[in-house]
Write a protein that binds this ligand. Structure first.
Ligand SMILES: [Fe+2]
Ligand SMILES: [Fe+2]
Length: 160
């Protein structure tokens, strides 16, 4: 497998590790009684699985073969919903930097198909960061206002 496909293989791992983290956050929110945020994280888990699938299919299309890596055990508890979403935001920033490095590598190789495939992920990461940032911002404003927190929880639960 060439260098680019190896790097993409690593990204399959990154996306699955993201899924694993968000499923862990789903169970944390569920245990804490924040059903809306739990639902939001469940949707996020599915989305990350689909990202891993997209890259995996691309590797197959290019004649490579995905070799799945072992996933690390994700964190189990957070000190508050705000702390969890701050961690999600930080994680998305990390994923963005992974994607940007892949784009650089594709450019260096003059690998136009890969650069083109990655363009979708570049835009997706802008969305992912903006969404997580917005939730962090709102949770900071809510502070320790419990009724506002539950109202916001049910709003997040409406995520399709
Ligand atoms: Fe992703
Ligand atoms: Fe993501």
């Amino acid at each position: 497998m060439n260098k680019m496909l190896k790097a993409l293989n690593k990204q399959v791992y990154e996306e699955l590790a993201s899924a694993y983290l968000y499923l862990s956050m789903n169970t944390y929110f569920k245990a804490e009684g924040f059903d809306g945020m739990a639902n939001w994280m469940y949707k996020q888990w599915k989305e990350e699985i689909s990202h891993a699938g997209k890259i995996s299919e691309y590797i197959n299309d290019r004649g490579g073969r995905v070799e799945l890596e072992a996933l690390p055990k994700p964190q189990v508890n957070w000190s508050s919903p705000l702390a969890a979403f701050k961690a999600a935001y930080k994680h998305e920033r990390h994923i963005s930097s992974c994607i940007h490095k892949l784009v650089e590598l594709a450019r260096k190789d003059g690998d136009l198909p890969t650069e083109n495939m990655l363009a979708w992920f570049v835009s997706e990461q802008v969305e992912e960061e903006a969404t997580a940032m917005d939730i962090v911002d709102k949770l900071e404003k809510i502070g320790d206002n419990i009724s506002a927190l539950y109202m916001y929880d049910s709003l997040l639960g409406q995520r399709e």
